[in-house]
Design a protein. Structure first.
Lengths: 479, 603
């Protein structure tokens, strides 16, 4: 019974996607409607599956010893729930916002296809399975950016989509080479059976995941992809696809690395540079979606810094920051998309005093901004605070002073983050002259966004909700 | 009682949610909700706080905790005498401010969001003063900061409001890193994040205590982070009274008082030096500032420094009582200033005022009491609290039990000079607002009752608060001394007040009744701001622009394949030959991280 529950969690979005596409041929509207209902069902299904909390392990490709090994534990469960929730929110958002080029049922179907891949990757405990599901999630995203991206810039969106695909596939290639090395060394693709790997294998897997997360300096595919994608595409990219990288670091990288080697401090340093670099890049951005995109570089830096501390608290911080980033950045992209829909531009200097022009929408953007800058009492705080704490007190085999320095630099990154969000709010939300007032938030927008709003507050005041399950699932992750 | 405490914590946040929801649907209902909610909070505050005054045993409650972390994070409160008086101060002032705001913002379209933020602020302040868990304290601490940011920029169409809000938030948040790291270190060294555990622990608190001093320097606007508070004055005046005078900025003093056993001689010496510089510098600014609200803001900075100085010389109860006294009379002064500003059509510069005593009789009476208390006129409350602090300073010079002798002397001299300056600037502001020639074109009218009633209510503790000093243990329990009233000191201080007042009046009179300290320019800007701008803000923005260009041109080059190595090398060569400062700075950041790693890995 458990096997059915888990297997169908992967299969269900795929089936719904096909149905949406079929129905969408006749009538786009009913296709999207089906997408909403279907993704809600998947959300319900994922809650049921999480409550069961079991795993599936069957031989899949016997000749290569690849197992269909799915694990739903305290580490994957938050990511699964985030995935099904954000996908549902995106489906609801599509009901009202028909893309100019049409085909929104197809877009809805592609998002569901991505969901299927992402769920599979979050559940996989077999390295080959993780790789395959990862690719399943990537390819549809190329279509999403390429076909539904920025309507004003067809060349730019094609460039962004191609670069996204080239980079992430390159990352995957390095990762799979690393996985094959691990297979030679320890005789299995099953990560739960692996304890340790050579430095080369760990480095290859790490670099592959670094591209996907992304980590400085291989982040450069990200700003274009996020800025050119349609709103729902940006939301899925930021909230879910980046998390494949961070989750991969926790599940498939930590068991490979040797805490005595230099690889952890190096990754921690890259992450810290990314925090400062991303924040500085944001400080000089003039476009709203690019700013939010760069902010992800900084936030992912905190996640990797936490992971690199090689502690239970680090993993808790990484999961917390990943989920919080998914909720908050999803909300930011939704708000930025709503502003672009209304004003046709995301240029900070062309948007004026939105507090006066569209007060509720501006209020949501302000809320998401203060959440993203890590205000205590909202979800973003605990992940970053715990990341700093993890870096301040890392695993005993790691160079302590190095990590102390990195944690202090990271903490100053928090101040830079505050600075660029306040700058953005000062330019676009406040000011003496108003942009033309437009229709404020629609009921469907409230519906699509409210789960994210509510969870951002809830995870801000009740950190135990997410810390406990992760702590319980830590066996086997660290040596 | 435990659940009443929790209810008191949740009520302001609930009020905020309901107020926000009601929003523009019904203007009258919003006002009722805001005032009613804060009245209910005030009632609960009395129920929770009053039994804890005097000799009562502190009440600690743990509501929930997460054991997934070591040390655990808990939702826990600790209500002792200090919390109790702070609860009363916060809830009384915020109720009066909500009441006053109904009149002050009667036709403001942004009233619903304003009232919501004031409620959230009240809840945050109560969280800070009741928290036993340090993380819970940090949540309240920073929520206050963000409410302050939004309320300073209430008039976001004004450039100075936008700038002041950003400055306040960034300066305080930078200092808050001190609190963050202090909490992390305390947790690591004591195995607990509970304040009640930390204050009885024998762990080494040298570094955490210094970090806590950094945090309170930011929150309470002490040197060198003092300039954000005057710049926060474009916010609505009731907000200046509540947040930027009576409660939030005083939270820094509260934090030191709360965690007092953690502070050792080093951190108290640092606090003493910071407080001495701050009180002098800001009292000087208060004397030469034209804007009435900025005068009061500088005076707040100076009086907060007084409280820190008291804590630094070991006068715990005098500091706490001065905090309360200041909360009352400074809230009174700000609300009175709001009434004056309201009357003269929204202008805050004292050049727009003068001769208002007959036109604003209620404001004049109450503000006179407030200025008197600030100056330390007998028998108003400020007289007693200031005397107690100066007496403690004198004691410290004689015995130097807490800090060393030089620091004690510095504190004492700074306190005496500041006391004299305080008399001078209070008298000057009072004369400029209420005396002198009247602008004949001015249509002046006294404020509505909702604004005048809070003034009289705040005048009551300002006049009668001195009674507490006869026997502070009635309020503060065993931590309050038997008496903080010293006869000889009272005579000396009254003489000082009289002499300075006579001097000011003489100078004034010999200057033909005009203000002798009117600044040559409209407003003086502290030179530290220029330093921050040149050393920090501009390089950061230049660096940010460099990063964007770098990202587009250089990092892109390796993505674009063929030219990658050549161009990357070219960049390095260019940098070596004629690289700009910004690029060097980025290299320094990357280099610092690289060196940190190399040092750690290779050794």
């Amino acid at each position: 019974m458990n096997a059915v529950l888990l297997n169908s969690l992967v299969a269900a979005p795929f089936v719904v996607a096909l149905l949406v596409m079929l129905v969408g041929r006749r009538d786009q509207g009913s296709g999207v409607g089906l997408g909403v209902v279907g993704s809600l069902a998947v959300l319900g299904w994922s809650v049921a599956a999480v409550l069961e909390d079991r795993s599936v392990d069957e031989v899949w490709i016997a000749s290569m010893d690849v197992h269909w090994h799915l694990v739903l534990d305290g580490i994957s469960a938050p990511m699964i729930l985030l995935t099904t929730l954000v996908t549902f929110c995106c489906q609801v958002a599509l009901v009202r916002h028909a893309p100019d080029c049409g085909g929104r049922a197809d877009l809805a179907a592609l998002l569901l296809l991505i969901e299927s891949g992402v769920i599979g990757a979050f559940l996989a405990a077999d390295m080959v399975l993780f790789f395959l599901f990862f690719e399943v999630a990537l390819i549809p995203m190329w279509f999403v950016i390429n076909a539904w991206g920025d309507p004003h810039d067809p060349a730019g969106r094609r460039y962004a989509a191609n670069r996204f695909l080239v980079f992430t596939v390159l990352g995957s290639a390095l990762m799979i080479v690393g996985f094959v090395l691990v297979r030679f060394e320890s005789g299995t693709f099953d990560i739960t059976q692996v304890s340790g790997a050579s430095a080369t294998a760990a480095a290859l897997v790490g670099i592959g995941l670094a591209v996907k997360t992304p980590l400085w300096p291989v982040h450069i595919w990200l700003p274009d992809a996020h800025a050119k994608a349609p709103t729902v595409g940006s939301v899925i990219l930021a909230a879910l696809l980046l998390k494949l990288g961070t989750y991969g670091f926790i599940r498939f990288w930590l068991p490979l690395v040797d805490p005595d080697s230099a690889i952890l401090p190096v990754f921690a340093a890259l992450a810290t540079v990314g925090i400062v670099y991303g924040a500085l890049a944001c400080l000089a951005q003039t476009e709203l979606k690019r700013l939010i995109a760069y902010s992800s570089v900084g936030h992912m830096g905190f996640v990797v810094l936490a992971v690199a501390s090689y502690t239970t608290i680090g993993v808790q911080a990484a999961i917390y920051a990943s989920v919080a980033h998914g909720l908050i950045t999803g909300l930011l992209f939704f708000a930025a998309g709503a502003i672009k829909d209304r004003y046709g531009t995301g240029d900070l200097h062309e948007l004026k005093a939105l507090y006066g022009a569209v007060p509720r929408l501006a209020g949501v953007l302000a809320f998401a901004s203060v959440a993203s800058l890590g205000l205590p009492g909202l979800a973003g705080f605990w992940g970053e605070m715990l990341a700093i704490r993890a870096a301040l007190f890392p695993h005993e085999a790691l160079p302590q002073e190095t990590f102390v320095v990195l944690s202090v630099i990271a903490a100053f990154g928090v101040i830079l983050t505050s600075a660029y969000f306040l700058r953005m709010m000062r330019i676009t939300l406040q000011g003496p002259t108003l942009s033309e007032p437009k229709a404020d938030l629609h009921a469907l927008e409230w519906l699509a966004w409210s789960p994210l709003l509510i969870l951002t507050v809830l995870l801000g005041v009740a950190p135990g909700l997410l810390l406990k399950p992760v702590a319980d699932a830590m066996a086997g992750v660290l040596r | 009682m435990k659940w009443v405490t929790l209810l008191l914590l949740l009520l302001p946040f609930t009020t905020a949610a309901v107020t926000l929801y009601a929003g523009h649907r019904n203007e009258g209902a919003v006002k009722g909700l805001a005032v009613g909610g804060s009245l209910l909070t005030l009632g609960l505050a009395f129920v929770v706080a009053v039994p804890q005054l005097g000799d009562a045993a502190p009440e600690t409650s743990v509501f929930t905790k997460t054991d997934a972390l070591e040390p655990v994070i808990s939702l826990a409160t600790h209500v002792d005498q200090l919390s109790a008086v702070m609860i009363l101060l916060a809830s009384i002032v915020s109720f009066l401010v909500q009441l006053y705001s109904v009149g002050y913002l009667h036709d403001d379209p942004r009233y619903p969001s304003y009232a919501t933020l004031v409620s959230i602020f009240t809840g945050s302040m109560l969280t800070v003063v009741m928290a036993d868990d340090l993380w819970m304290l940090l949540v309240g601490w920073e929520l206050m900061g963000v409410c302050s940011y939004f309320l300073i920029s209430h008039h976001w169409e004004l450039a100075e409001a936008r700038a002041g809000a950003v400055k306040a938030f960034l300066m305080t948040r930078t200092a808050d890193l001190g609190l963050l790291f202090a909490i992390l270190l305390i947790g690591d060294r004591t195995g607990s994040y509970r304040i009640t555990d930390a204050v009885v622990s024998a762990a080494d608190f040298e570094l955490p205590a210094l970090l806590l001093v950094v945090a309170v320097i930011g929150k309470s606007a002490q040197f060198p982070l003092h300039s954000w508070l005057p710049d926060a004055m474009p916010g609505p005046t009731p907000i200046s009274a509540l947040i930027h005078a009576a409660t939030m900025v005083a939270a820094g003093v509260f934090l030191v008082a709360r965690m007092y056993p953690v502070f050792d001689a080093d951190s108290l010496t640092l606090l003493a030096v910071v407080a001495s510089i701050t009180m002098l510098v800001s009292a000087f600014y208060a004397l030469v500032t034209n804007d009435l609200k900025r005068v009061l803001a500088w005076s707040t900075v100076s009086q907060l420094a007084y409280m820190f100085a008291a804590l630094a010389v070991g006068a715990w109860s005098a500091a706490v009582l001065h905090l309360l006294a200041h909360g009352a009379f400074k809230a009174l002064l700000f609300l009175g200033a709001g009434s004056v500003v309201h009357a003269v059509g929204g202008r805050t510069s004292m050049t727009a005022m003068g001769g208002l005593r007959e036109k604003l009789p209620d404001t004049f009476t109450t503000m006179t009491v407030g200025f008197g208390a600030l100056a330390g006129v007998i028998p108003l409350v400020g007289f007693f609290s200031k005397d107690a602090i100066i007496h403690a300073g004198l004691d410290e010079v004689r015995h130097h039990e807490v800090i060393d002798e030089q620091a004690a002397w510095l504190v004492l001299i700074a306190m005496l000079v500041t006391a004299a300056l305080t008399v001078a600037y209070s008298l000057r502001a009072w004369l400029r607002v209420f005396f002198g020639p009247v602008d004949p074109d001015l249509e002046v009218h006294e404020s509505p009752a909702t604004m005048r009633v809070p003034l009289y209510l705040l005048a009551v503790p300002t006049v009668l608060g001195g009674l507490v000093f006869v026997d502070p243990s009635q309020v503060l329990g065993e931590r309050g001394e038997e008496s903080l009233f010293h006869g000889s000191m009272a005579i000396a201080m009254t003489a000082l007040v009289a002499v300075v007042a006579a001097l000011v009046l003489y100078v004034w009179w010999s200057n033909d009744g005009a203000d002798p300290w009117a600044p040559p320019v409209e407003e003086l800007q502290p030179p530290e701001d220029l330093v921050y701008d040149v050393v920090l803000v501009r390089p950061l923005h230049a660096l940010a622009r460099a990063v964007v260009i770098h990202d587009r041109e250089v990092v892109d080059s390796y993505a674009n394949g063929a030219g990658a190595s050549a161009r990357g090398l070219g960049w390095l060569l260019r940098l070596a030959q004629n690289g700009s400062v910004q690029q060097y700075l980025m290299v320094v950041v990357i280099g610092a991280a690289a060196i940190a790693v190399a040092a750690g890995v290779l050794t």
